[in-house]
Design a protein around this ligand. Structure first.
Ligand SMILES: [Mn+2]
Length: 245
């Protein structure tokens, strides 16, 4: 799979990610006011995704880059189903979040819940709940728990994903690295114990690749900034990308 690097954590540059992962292509934008800069960064990423006509992996430091990747696929005429691997729900809105952390709202925004200024700026059409599956979530907060229960987003265990009822492919597969048990990962921003092994996640990705078409794989490299400089910090990422290819 060709790779595109968006080396940012929200609007903050994450040069350590670019040092740690050799990608085919990378996006860098001029610094600006956070909101305008994020919209510009994601518009640029969506254009780059739309210009491809082959499966690709998009690596970034957060989960919100998914909005750009899916918008780019849509511009190519693809209405992807979404398989979202994450330890967290990412289903907060501005109304329910306590931390205000943007990445905790990524799947909610992707399905049309909040963030209209950003999703409108990048031309994202909301993905219908029935086309979304959340895999491996185990640290879901009050507020997003109720919103998920009231939604048509399905939740599955990583270990049973291969046999689960899934939306029709092509898929956008989203992989927040924190879905893997933190015992097998470099230090994570928001570690959630009790997760599936690296091999179980790789196995689920292989099962997906065997069952349908992965139009794009989004890897949210949600390590602490310092963790990127550990020796071979992104070896797990390479293993997971290989499993999906
Ligand atoms: Mn996430």
């Amino acid at each position: 799979m060709r790779s595109l690097l968006v080396p940012y954590h929200h609007p903050d540059p994450l040069p350590a990610l670019a040092r740690a992962y050799a990608a085919d292509d990378a996006i860098v934008v001029a610094k600006g006011a956070p909101g305008a800069m994020l919209a510009h960064l994601y518009r640029t990423a969506a254009e780059r995704v739309a210009a491809r006509d082959e499966p690709l992996v998009v690596l970034s430091g957060d989960c919100t880059t998914s909005l750009a990747t899916v918008a780019g696929l849509q511009r190519r005429g693809i209405a992807p189903g979404v398989i979202w691997f994450d330890a967290h729900g990412d289903f907060h809105t501005a109304r329910t979040t306590r931390s205000g952390y943007l990445g905790g709202m990524a799947l909610a925004m992707l399905t049309g819940r909040g963030g209209a200024a950003l999703t409108g700026a990048i031309g994202l059409a909301p993905v219908d709940d029935t086309r979304c599956v959340l895999a491996g979530a185990r640290d879901v907060e009050p507020g997003e728990r109720e919103a998920l229960a009231a939604s048509a987003v399905r939740q599955v265990a990583v270990e049973t994903l291969g046999d689960a009822d899934l939306p029709q492919s092509p898929w956008y597969v989203h992989l927040d690295l924190d879905v893997v048990d933190p015992g097998e990962m470099p230090p994570l921003r928001f570690p959630a114990p009790g997760g599936p092994s690296l091999e179980a996640v790789a196995q689920a990705l292989r099962a997906l690749a065997a069952r349908g078409t992965i139009a794009a794989l989004g890897v949210a490299c949600t390590l602490t900034p310092a963790a990127f400089d550990l020796p071979d910090a992104l070896a797990p990422v390479r293993a997971l990308v290989d499993a999906a290819a």
